[in-house]
Design a protein around this ligand. Structure first.
Ligand code: PLP
Length: 397
């Protein structure tokens, strides 16, 4: 997945442009910047590649999620449905607004189960947030229909799936809003950065203001701008955006490499009786950032993760036991451990997740292994890896 593996002259050239002009900020300083507007340039490139009207670049993927929801008017006490298997950023972004993260089950797609989503919707629900974990997507059409029926927004967290598509549309562009992360380990990176994409011009205007203190960006005198509403500073710097300008130009090159490596690994495991692969919804194309498969039992999955590591096959993750990605280890959320008081709605409305039944999620995530697909491997390395993986797994099953 990581774009940093293939860092080169184009990234250096873009950053050098910014350093030469000395303008590290995305707004203002028009006379000094030598025509360089890297954040604007990257926003245009993302809108084009993702086939959307608007892109707002921000400081991180987590910020992008918060801003996307804020731009649509989500606030204290509103409920946001998200999966049990995700990254902690998902619920952080919700809590940042005083909204309530409502966890629901994932299925064999390793992301939101539509039936579980429908069951969780009530009058307080404002957003359904599928998280396209490890490069593949939820049943987006089913989720969209549920959202339309209940007048709820669909927000795609496509932070791990940039470049994948669903029914011909780039992931992130199918919902009302979509988010990407460009942190250091994502498919393309800015060092740190994120983006909100949408076809809704009001959401975009709100996101633009909200991520820069609520400034309305009218006129050329920054100090004279008005503030239609409160905001924060979630700006991206020109230095970070410059790296992204180079990297977005290489996205399709990276995706091709990922697909090649993924296919070699998948073919090697396909003939092993007892192994099955993550379900990809009809019409979906992964971005191939991970190869995710299921072992026959939880015990065998645990064993596989240990044995793969012993064989030197790094970056094969058993998320079920991982502190970052599965609800069972999120005691800070369950106990609402915070440095200060949270909004009262959060204490009143957050479900007691220690008592929740997420047996469907356990059934799938408990048997899942996801192997990161690296860009830097040579063809020989991938082939050797595929052979070793197949031997380790055959021996276990
Ligand atoms: C990385 C990631 C985020 C957060 O992105 P940052 O840029 O690191 O803040 C959110 N959701 C998912 C699924 C991620 O993988």
């Amino acid at each position: 997945m990581p774009g940093f593996e293939l860092f080169g002259d184009s990234e250096k050239k873009q950053v050098q442009d910014v350093l030469d002009s000395g303008v590290l900020m995305r707004y203002g300083f028009d006379g000094m910047r030598n025509g360089h507007w890297k954040a604007l340039e990257l926003e245009k490139a993302i809108s084009k590649r993702m086939q959307v009207e608007h892109t707002q670049l921000v400081s991180s993927g987590t910020a992008a999620l918060t801003i996307a929801m804020a731009s649509a008017g989500v606030g204290a006490g509103d409920e946001v449905i998200l999966p049990t298997f995700t990254f902690v950023a998902s619920f952080e972004a919700v809590l940042a607004l005083g909204a309530i993260p409502i966890l629901v089950d994932v299925d064999d797609t390793l992301t939101l189960n539509p039936a579980a989503v429908e069951k969780a919707i009530n009058k307080k629900t404002k957003v359904v947030m599928p998280v396209h974990m490890c490069g593949s997507m939820a049943h987006l059409e089913a989720l969209k229909a549920i959202c339309a029926k209940h007048n709820v927004l669909l927000l795609e967290d496509a932070c791990q799936a940039i470049g994948g598509s669903y029914k011909g549309k780039p992931l992130g562009s199918f919902g009302d809003l979509g988010c990407f992360s460009f942190d250091y380990v994502k498919t393309i990176t800015c060092g740190e950065g994120g983006a909100v994409i949408t076809n809704n011009s009001i959401f975009h205007k709100n996101a633009d203001h909200y991520s820069d203190h609520g400034h309305d960006h009218v006129g050329n005198n920054r100090g004279a701008e008005d503030h239609p509403f409160l905001g924060y500073n979630y700006r991206i710097s020109e230095l970070n955006a410059a790296v992204g300008v180079a990297q977005i130009g290489r996205l399709d090159e990276f995706l091709k490499i990922q697909e090649k490596h993924y296919t070699i690994l998948k073919n090697a495991l396909s003939s092993i009786h007892g192994i099955s692969f993550r379900a990809v919804p009809e019409g979906g194309v992964e971005n191939y950032s991970f190869l995710s498969f299921f072992m026959p039992t939880e015990e065998l999955a645990k064993k596989a993760s240990v044995e793969l590591a012993h064989a030197g096959l790094d970056a094969c993750f058993y998320w079920y036991d991982n502190n970052w990605h599965y609800y069972k280890k999120w005691s800070h959320l369950t106990n609402l451990t915070s440095l200060g008081k949270l909004p009262k709605e959060v204490y009143e409305q957050l479900p007691d997740y220690t008592k929740s039944d997420f047996s469907l999620s356990d059934h799938w995530v408990g048997r899942n292994i996801s192997c990161l697909i690296k860009l830097g491997w040579t063809k020989e390395e991938v082939k050797e890896r595929a052979m070793k993986m197949a031997i380790v797994l055959k021996n276990i099953i």
